[in-house]
Design a protein around this ligand. Sequence first.
Ligand code: ZN
Length: 342
Amino acid sequence: MKKKTVILSLAGAAVVLGGFGLFGYEYSMLGQRFQALETEAFQLQEENASLNQQLDGKSSELKENISKVEEQEKYIAGQKDYVSELTQQIQEYAAKLPKEDADEESGEMEGTDDTDPYGETEQDPYPDLYAQEHGSGISENQKYVYLTFDDGPSELTPQVLDLLDEYGAKATFFVVCKNNEEYAEYLPEIVKRGHTLALHSYSHDYHTIYRSLDAFLEDYEKVFDWVKKETGYTPSLFRFPGGSNNGSSYVRKEIIQEMERRGFVYYDWNVSSGDGSNLTTTENIIDNICSNVGYIENPVVLMHDGTGKQATLNALPSVLKYLAEEGYEFRSLDKTLQPVQF
Ligand code: ZN
């Protein structure tokens, strides 16, 4: 019995010792693990701090770059202003040059800049196609309205002229040659009655005239020659068929530049009678003009005196009456006025 107890006690002690040993081992392992984690955490903390430092550095670098970009943008905007100012000066200078050139019999054009398609190197194929200066003074206290008639002359033109005369009104006629040749006798009549005879187009065919600069000039020269031959008068003003925003912007820019170099001024409009469409009634035309002129300073009114524009002719007496009562003076356009352009 005693022996058994001893054996049992020994076995018990061995189990307890073993247990302690195992626990001690586990404990030391955990200790090591804890130390490793602590080191790792410390390293991470250090890394974090250095990343934060880098981030701070980058953000101040970014701020610096942003302010540099802003400075550059300001500089570029300033340069743009300067360039557009220079461009304007060049255009003004270029517009003054053709006058001197036109007086030269040789027909040789002095180039105003390198982009001139008919500059120094090339013979100008349209040597006499240059505008003449004219103009009249305007008073600050007077309201002016500029009636303009496109696409004539036609069978309606003499009646338009008579109505204008009734009001002592001066207007501007942007004429077309093709299909209007039979009304050529009204061209000198327009000049004689003190209106401005201006050019619109020979063909009025968008596909032809806006194909290229040369196509435009070729067409324009024909109507220019026609008017000069019929009247002895040299026109200075013109209006693009469909307005100056018609055609491709590239060709249009080239045409405008070359036409201005030749001294021609183009006019768009800021009040439309809406009579371009044959569906527009006489009442529509009266309303479109009379209810809009008041909002515009120096209104330039688009109307048509081409064949078939009977509604416009019918509207004209009411339009003239209304505008005269409103205190407008009816003037014709000339080169001294600030042109209305789109
Ligand atoms: Zn037209």
